[in-house]
Ligand binder design. Structure first.
Ligand code: FES
Length: 202
């Protein structure tokens, strides 16, 4: 179990990452020439403005982190094996169908995503708010590890859809934020396809 000092250190680490990724986010927005210009101030982003993310160069297995509403949002391109694994071993999950978890209705499926290969999650543990670690490699946390997310604060474990396993402190699956695809390679975090997205497109 992690001490109070180490939990605070985890949170300081997240703030450092969030600060670094905020500037990366502006760079991502600038690299999407076919969308209308959008260069919000840091204060606007903090207030909850939607965030454009270019995933055109997101490689299989890679994790991208952006900040939305002062929270880290993870975007991961899953492998075909990871996608197929999500359809099995549900007996080890506390909330396999995400009935008691927080996500938009349109991602309430086994992948917890719009497209099976693209995972979008709020990177904050649903126990006490630490930032779990992305550990996709089989066996990297324990002998039976199937890949997923590990929270070092009190040992909560989530699968590659952010679904929590039974027997750990976190009560629910990791949260999925609202998001929409503007095209094949551009995500908009903070809005859904049911919103008016015309101002975000050319
Ligand atoms: S904050 Fe306690 S397990 Fe993640």
């Amino acid at each position: 179990m992690m001490s109070e000092e180490n939990i605070n250190k985890e949170r300081r680490n997240f703030l450092a990452i969030a600060t670094a990724t905020a500037s990366g986010m502006c760079a991502a927005a600038a690299s999407v020439p076919f969308l209308k210009s959008w260069n919000p101030s840091a204060a606007t982003v903090a207030m909850g403005a939607p965030v454009l993310v270019d995933i055109g160069n997101l490689q299989v297995g890679e994790q991208k982190i952006v900040e939305w509403r002062r929270k880290p949002v993870w975007i991961i391109r899953r492998t075909q094996e990871e996608i197929e694994r999500l359809l099995t071993a549900n007996e080890f999950l506390r909330d396999p169908n995400s009935d008691k978890s927080d996500q938009p209705s349109y991602v309430k499926n086994s992948y917890r995503s719009i497209r099976p290969e693209i995972l979008v999650l709020i990177g904050i543990c649903t126990h006490l708010g630490c930032s779990p670690k992305y550990r996709p490699e089989l066996g990297s946390v324990n002998a039976t590890w199937q890949g997923g997310f590990f929270c070092p604060c009190h040992g909560s474990i989530f699968d590659m859809a952010g679904r929590v396993l039974k027997g750990v402190p976190a009560p629910t699956n990791l949260q999925v934020p609202p998001y929409a695809f503007l095209n094949d390679t551009t995500l908009l975090i903070g809005m859904t396809s049911e919103d008016d997205l015309s101002e975000w497109k050319t």
